[in-house]
Design a protein around this ligand. Structure first.
Ligand SMILES: C[S@@+](CC[C@H](N)C(=O)[O-])C[C@H]1O[C@@H](n2cnc3c(N)ncnc32)[C@H](O)[C@@H]1O
Length: 358
């Protein structure tokens, strides 16, 4: 290094950021958000073909360290949990990771060493779940603060502290879910996401949330569906992982909210809707929060054919977002706002809430 960038973190220790996960750990928090703003804008311009897309400055959503409530670890030859070095299969011990939530750190320390090949740890409030995939020599059950061991059909074992169910509270709503269902990795970030999605759905352009018919596609355990229902929308949640769909339904019932849940793949649901099957009216607003690969051309084609007035797209990958944005714009939509949120500080990852109007 000849001359440090003004964006280099003052406490940067070149010895520390060795693993491939926190690839922006050497950058100041404000510098990380500037970079992420630029990445979202550039992807929308280059891959999305949009001229001067209206991208907000990436927002801070919570603590910059200790936020990560879920992590997947590799295991080194001595059985210790860690992460791969960049571009290598060498394992760096997890104990130095600043992104991990204290609950995850605590479980990593309690496990010490393991015979598992791979370990996923989740910490939500006081609840803990550890998913252990067997190594070549099988699996010795873990020591540690667990009340319950659940063997899975694929040979892995889920070790839990608590009653076998994970739980989080976000924006005054309680979500319960099992260890196989998705929940946002950053709980403070989940709250910000809910806030910004509600704002996008209820913008003056759409005439507000109350009374709107909203389809929440890729709904998970209902993180966005429940607040939308609470705000007065009539919500249909579509989720392909059956346990998550069942939890979405139960979470709504427990909160005293009406929620229709379709436990099926989004493209099947949309195809059926396009054919006019089922009792459904066309939606006013579609919220979609697809996995990293994006929604894809088929789903976008179906959305364009169904023609909701507003589409609120929650994206965890700016490149996949840009490809889908290009297809939506070709189908007659206009990108009216893009709001990057810093849900994954220390890493290059960024979540973006994007609004499209027909
Ligand atoms: C990024 S998560 C979003 C979940 C939820 N919106 C949230 O914020 O918690 C994506 C969800 O889509 C589900 N999923 C992935 N592919 C799907 C598909 N083709 N059809 C339906 N659901 C799918 C996953 O099981 C996961 O729950």
């Amino acid at each position: 290094m000849l001359r440090p960038s003004p964006d280099r973190a003052a406490d940067d220790d070149p010895q520390r950021h060795r693993c491939g996960g926190c690839d922006l750990e050497h950058v100041t928090a404000a510098g990380q958000r500037r970079l992420k703003t630029r990445v979202v804008r550039e992807q929308l311009e280059r891959l999305g073909g949009l001229a001067a897309p209206p991208v907000d400055v990436c927002r801070e959503v919570g603590p910059a360290t200790g936020y990560r409530n879920r992590a997947r670890f590799h295991v080194d030859d001595d059985g210790r949990l860690g992460f791969f070095l960049p571009g290598s299969h060498e394992v760096v011990p997890a104990t130095t990771c600043r992104a991990l939530a204290p609950g995850v750190q605590e479980v990593v320390e309690a496990i010490g060493t393991t015979s598992a090949a791979e370990v996923t740890v989740r910490a939500h409030g006081q609840h803990r779940a550890v998913v252990l995939a067997p190594g070549p020599g099988g699996l010795e059950l873990p020591e540690g603060p667990f009340d319950l061991l659940l063997e899975q059909p694929d040979g892995s074992v889920v070790a839990m502290r608590g009653d076998g169910v994970l739980a989080e509270e976000v924006a005054g709503l309680r979500y319960r879910f099992d260890a196989t269902s998705f929940f946002q990795n950053n709980t403070a970030g989940a709250e910000a996401l809910v806030h910004h999605v509600l704002e996008a759905v209820g913008s003056p352009k759409t005439g507000g949330v109350d009374g709107a018919l909203v389809w929440d596609l890729y709904a998970g355990v209902g993180l966005l569906s429940l607040p939308l229902a609470r705000a007065g929308a009539e919500v249909v949640a579509v989720e392909g992982h059956e346990p998550a769909a069942a939890w979405a339904s139960r979470n709504a019932t427990d909160a005293g909210l009406d929620l229709e849940v379709a436990a099926e793949a989004v493209h099947r649901f949309l195809r059926a809707a396009r054919r006019g099957e089922g009792p459904m009216d066309p939606p006013d607003v579609v919220v979609l929060d697809p996995p990293r690969t994006g929604a894809g051309q088929d789903v976008v084609d179906d959305l364009v054919a169904l023609a909701p007035a507003t589409i609120v797209y929650v994206a965890c990958d700016p490149a996949a977002l840009a490809r889908d944005a290009k297809a939506l714009v070709a189908g007659g939509y206009r990108l009216t706002a893009a709001r990057p949120l810093d849900l994954f500080p220390l890493t290059h990852h960024v979540e973006t809430v994007v609004t499209f109007a027909r």
